[in-house]
Design a protein around this ligand. Structure first.
Ligand code: PLP
Length: 390
């Protein structure tokens, strides 16, 4: 049916390792095996130097000082460290209903532990938070505000500068999960007044199992307590022997993303628009989920009315897309993000997330348009509710 050819359009779940990143990692997986903490000999020193070079590359992607980068196992750990590690006399956290589970569940954990109250803001049908609701929620008892940069399901980009300005005015620490945004859209934590930011290497063509938390050192100096105790690595914030090959790969991936962001963003936006136009010209009753312009260039989340996304995915065998969030596919429930948008249940259940990436071609997009259009028409023929052309 798919002629043995597989097409990957699930780049929000993970991205393939860029071959150039793999090349950079190779020596650190083989002959260069030193422990970056063993600075008393060459083996350790060369590993430590490689880690520091990678730290500069990661810092360069988001415009911070390299000493403000703490390497972790990924964005999940970074979110946990930011939310559970922040302490202070204030007792309130403000976040959003459409956040990643790593943020929502960390907030729930500190709430359960007592003393901290969590406010979860809703979003409009476009996926954006209401600035007035945010203004009302963030006050002089707010310790932390956690709002993601780009959503992993609908790709929506929140108005971070406005949120940061409010946090600054109220003296709250501002954390943003930028796992989806980093390397895809420009990020400048200094200009944007972001205090804590989570990153993940495998969302930007680096290896899995490595990420970072940016921890601001000045204006304000953010103080965190570690979740993992031990040898005092990473300024005492994250003990454990550093994963040198993964960190080197993360650094190389950040460097490539920075160099190619502009041209790659334009290329992906064109391909994404080609996909949407192609589907719209072939099918009726399809709607875009999330804001039409304020979104990641490679993201398209659409609902195909009168079709169950699970059935559509089966019909699309060989094409990797996602319905709802990959992290919650154990549940048959529509995703918490689509629910938060206030999408009617039938449309939420009819949604497909297309995530385009660095190796996606126009030829693949054209195949996907025909396959999706064909499958939707076929499934609608079986639907007693569908009254349109058959
Ligand atoms: C993928 C993702 C995470 C989790 O990152 P890991 O590095 O896989 O732990 C967190 N937040 C967002 C927005 C993500 O897309």
């Amino acid at each position: 049916m798919n002629n043995g050819r597989r097409i990957y359009l699930d780049h929000h779940a993970t991205t393939p390792l860029d071959p150039r990143v793999f090349e950079a990692m190779k020596p650190w997986l083989t002959e260069k095996f030193g422990n970056a903490a063993s600075r008393e000999h060459d083996f350790g020193r060369e590993a430590a130097d490689a880690v520091e070079a990678a730290r500069v590359q990661v810092a360069g992607l988001i415009n911070c000082d390299e000493s403000e980068i703490v390497f972790t196992s990924g964005a999940t750990e970074s979110d946990n460290l930011a939310i559970k590690g922040i302490k202070g006399p204030r007792n309130k956290i403000v976040t959003v209903a459409t956040e990643h589970p790593a943020v929502l569940d960390s907030c729930a954990a500190v709430e359960r532990a007592g003393n901290i109250k969590v406010a979860r803001l809703g979003v409009g049908l476009d996926g954006l938070i209401d600035p007035k609701e945010l203004q009302a929620a963030v006050d002089d008892r707010t310790l932390l505000v956690s709002v993601m940069f780009a959503n992993n399901e609908i790709g929506v980009l929140q108005d971070l500068p406005a949120i940061a300005a409010l946090c600054k005015a109220r003296g709250a620490i501002f954390h943003s999960d930028a796992a989806q945004a980093a390397g895809k859209v420009p990020i400048d934590v200094r200009a944007m007044d972001i205090h804590l930011m989570s990153l993940s290497a495998h969302k930007l063509y680096g290896p899995k199992g490595v990420g970072a938390l940016y921890v601001r050192k000045r204006n304000p100096r953010v103080k965190l307590e570690p979740l993992i105790d031990g040898g005092g690595h990473e300024r005492g914030l994250r003990s454990g022997t550093l994963n040198v090959p993964a960190i080197v790969g993360f650094g190389a991936a950040c460097e490539l993303a920075r160099a190619e962001m502009k041209s790659e963003g334009e290329r992906l936006r064109k391909l994404r628009d080609r996909l949407w136009e192609g589907l719209r010209s072939r099918l009726d009753h399809i709607t875009l989920n999330g804001h039409p312009e304020r979104r990641l260039p490679g993201n398209l989340n659409a609902s195909f009315r009168y079709v169950e996304s699970e059935s559509l995915m089966v019909a699309l065998a060989g094409i990797a897309v996602s319905s709802g969030a990959a992290c919650t596919t154990a549940k048959a429930e529509p995703s918490h993000v689509l629910k938060a948008l206030g999408l009617p249940e039938d449309l939420a259940r009819a949604s497909i997330r297309f995530g385009l990436g660095r190796f996606t071609t126009a030829e693949e997009i054209d195949i996907v348009i025909e396959r999706v259009a064909g499958a939707v028409k076929k499934l609608r023929k079986l639907s007693p509710l569908y009254k349109g052309p058959r």
